[in-house]
Design a binder for this molecule. Structure first.
Ligand code: HEM
Length: 413
């Protein structure tokens, strides 16, 4: 164990295998400890961390096992992030991602119709038009921030379409979602109070939208869909708002950071980028490969509901487990020795676990894939290449895995 000494401070021990440390992600140094965990201890107990004791589940098979047993490994008991959900510290916002069966089943069913293949077809022209407009507004050969100009703007526009949200206010969605999603970064009282204030503001705004739609015939947006669903009649106002926020947060950071990962990753592997540029038919597979390589949510958490055994380790009731998708997606036993690389024609890219597995597998997966595919298609039409011109600033967190900013220039190929 390494030790850090600070003047007049007690010595702080750092466990090199505590992969929940934010600096590993801020500095992009998470790969080595995970490789060690997968090789030596795929289900590993960490006694001391900022989040207390937890089990690190870092390889592919045990993650699938845990996600296949939702009664034994609950999403509801302790929530879905390593950071504990503390009701006294938070707004009451129950969401179906953090509910177990049977409540989860009904609530998930009430939003699933928004993500069917026919809904995707209905939305695709609109999303393509918006994507084209953004790409056409970019300056060639002039440096800009890809995260803000492209990833955030495109993701926010898509969410506004999905919710039929007032267009001029759409950046509010990004703002609220950042405050809702970055819960592990909120460590002091002023930021906790600010977050509460913004969550109430968000709740009130959506309450107004709800009021406008409640007595009207159904329209094909998520708010109206939820109002008219059976499960909705059993949801109270907090659950309704909580589930709306889940859909905003779920679709915000994830898709945004995949779009940024796409620019960064293809720049890192120019041979693979050349392969893709020469053959746009590889776009659908590249979408899965980039989602695998980026893995925009590093983990989901589960809590054991009884004593059990996992991969030879004795798990006790109440223990928390971090399912590290970010690591499983680099598991060489599944993806081969080049798992750390982007390979645009990787045969089994679709086997990635970035969307999770089992009953909670991402409900928006199809929409996310469609948006990323449209972005790559529209870039290909314009023969647009994104060149990263400096190191990106990364999110310092072990839940959201992404970028705050990334300087780029675009050029023709
Ligand atoms: C659930 C990842 C895009 C909405 C999840 C889970 C993951 C995930 C890991 C939890 C799975 C589990 O516990 O097994 C991603 C990634 C995305 C993405 C990597 C983009 C690349 C979206 C989009 C939306 C969305 C675009 C909606 C607009 C949700 C919802 C859930 C969920 C509502 C809860 C599902 C449930 O509990 O049944 N997502 N997501 N996600 N995602 Fe996504």
């Amino acid at each position: 164990m390494a030790t850090l000494a600070h003047d007049a401070q007690p010595q702080i021990e750092i466990d090199p295998l505590d992969v929940s440390r934010a600096e590993l992600y801020a500095e992009d140094r998470w790969q080595a400890p995970f490789a060690q965990l997968r090789a030596d201890s795929p289900v590993h107990r960490v006694e001391h961390s900022d989040f207390g004791a937890y089990w690190s589940v870092s390889s592919y098979k045990p993650i699938v096992e845990v996600e296949s047993l939702p009664e034994l490994y609950s999403s509801e008991v302790g929530g879905i992030t390593l950071a504990d959900f503390l009701p006294e510290n938070d707004v009451r916002m129950p969401m179906f991602i953090a509910r177990d069966r049977p409540v989860h089943t009904g609530q998930r069913r009430s939003v699933s119709p928004a993500f069917t293949p026919s809904e995707m077809t209905r939305m695709s022209d609109d999303i393509r038009g918006r994507t084209a407009d953004i790409l056409d507004s970019l300056d060639w050969n002039k440096e800009f921030d890809w995260v803000d100009t492209v990833s955030i703007e495109l993701t926010t526009q898509m969410l506004a379409i999905l919710f039929d949200f007032p267009w001029e206010d759409r950046r509010k969605l990004t703002f609220w979602s950042d405050w809702a999603g970055d819960i592990e970064l909120i460590k002091d009282e002023p930021s906790r109070l600010k977050r509460l204030e913004y969550m109430y503001e968000c709740g009130t705004y959506f309450q107004n939208l709800w009021n406008q739609k409640v007595d009207k015939p159904q329209t094909p947006d998520l708010i109206s869909m939820m109002i008219h669903s059976d499960a909705m009649s059993q949801m109270d106002q907090f659950e309704f708002i909580g589930n709306l926020i889940l859909l905003i947060v779920g679709g915000n950071d994830t898709t945004r950071n995949t779009m940024s990962g796409l620019a960064y990753g293809l720049d890192q592997f120019p041979d693979e980028r050349a392969k893709l540029e020469a053959n746009p038919a590889l776009i659908p597979n590249t979408v899965s490969e980039i989602i695998r390589w980026q893995t925009p949510l590093s983990h989901m958490r589960r809590t054991a509901t009884q004593d059990t055994e996992l991969h030879g380790q004795q798990i006790k009731e109440g223990d928390k487990l971090a399912l590290w998708y970010i690591s499983a997606n680099r598991d060489r036993s599944v993806f081969g020795d080049d798992a750390d690389k982007i390979v645009v024609d990787r045969a089994n890219a679709r086997r990635h676990l970035a969307f999770g597995h089992g009953i909670h597998r991402c409900v928006g997966a199809r929409l996310a894939e469609m948006q990323i595919a449209i972005l790559l298609e529209e870039m290909a039409k314009r023969r647009m290449r994104v060149n990263v011109t400096g190191e990106p600033t990364r999110v310092a967190a072990c839940f959201v895995h992404g970028y705050r900013s990334m300087p780029v220039e675009i050029s023709k190929y």
